[in-house]
Design a protein around this ligand. Structure first.
Ligand SMILES: [Zn+2]
Length: 289
């Protein structure tokens, strides 16, 4: 299966998992003449140029502080750090910026936002309430009271392209979305649930359909605030849709011709270009699923 524009397994971002355990190594890295800082503010917005089309990277201008200067990783041996800072000039959301970045810059920005979002809520130990200190360049926190280690949390969510026997695609409207916006069905994985169970449950709950032939397609980091989206395809047992009326207000089947016509006429608005939903839909339109 050749997929169009889906995240590849290759990343140029070296997360330096063993080396980052050393504060001395991190301190030396901070002095690297080409070191840069990805600055993140507020709810995870990135410092950008005036038009919000490029990352605005800073050079280290202060002494290294392990609690504040976190390692995103290295690209061709050039280190990139993340710092959570107060807003200073133009900034932009990762959702808006991601489609404009190349793969490596997108990896840097996504990791920086994920670290920012985790550290925003992680300072105090979930077991004893003690303060936790940053370790390993920001990829671990250790409680100063009970010694427990904590790692950045990632909440799995599934997203599924449900098709019928005629290879039509099911698209649904979430009650909270702007009018005309349609996308694939998605939902969080519940405690104790497999990904396949989550796909089957979400489809049944949201549109009343049973599914088979559940198959993994691709994944996407989605740090809003801390998810990874796991993309699947599935075959519907029948075509009669019964929406839940709460999360999903309406849903419908589309042939490729119908969907392209509806998008052209503006009666259907597809999800943003940076989303895995859009990329899976694009692959289906191209006959790649
Ligand atoms: Zn603790």
């Amino acid at each position: 299966m050749v997929l169009v524009d889906i995240w590849s397994a290759n990343s140029r971002l070296d997360r330096a998992e063993s080396l980052r355990k050393s504060d001395e190594w991190l301190r030396d890295l901070w002095q690297h003449p080409e070191a840069r800082i990805v600055q993140v503010c507020g709810d995870g917005d990135l410092f950008s140029n005036e038009s919000g089309t490029e990352l605005r990277l800073a050079r280290p201008a202060f002494d290294f502080e392990p609690n504040l200067h976190l390692l995103v990783g290295l690209v061709d041996d050039v280190p990139y750090f993340m710092a959570s800072v107060m807003s200073d000039g133009p900034n932009v959301s990762l959702r808006q910026l991601a489609p404009l970045l190349d793969d490596t810059q997108r990896d840097l920005a996504t990791t920086a936002v994920a670290l920012h979002n985790w550290h925003t809520v992680a300072p105090f130990c979930g077991a004893c309430g003690g303060y936790s200190e940053v370790r390993e360049g920001g990829h671990t926190r250790v409680c100063t009271k009970c010694g427990r280690e904590r790692y950045p949390r990632v909440d799995p969510a599934i997203i599924v392209a449900v098709r019928d026997e005629s290879d039509r695609l099911l698209l649904a409207h979430n009650s909270t979305w702007a009018a005309n916006r349609l996308s694939l069905l998605a939902g969080f994985v519940s405690a104790g649930e497999s990904l396949e169970h989550a796909v089957e449950r979400e489809v049944t709950e949201e549109v009343g359909l049973g599914v088979s032939e559940i198959a993994y397609v691709a994944s996407q980091p989605w740090p809003f605030p801390r998810s990874v989206m796991l993309g699947f395809t599935a075959l519907a047992a029948d075509t009669e849709i019964l929406v839940d009326g709460v999360e999903i207000s309406h849903a419908d089947w589309f042939s490729r011709v119908d969907l392209q016509a509806a998008v052209g006429a503006g009666t259907v608005v597809l999800p943003g270009e940076s989303s895995i939903a859009r990329r899976i839909i694009t692959n289906w339109l191209a006959g790649k699923l």
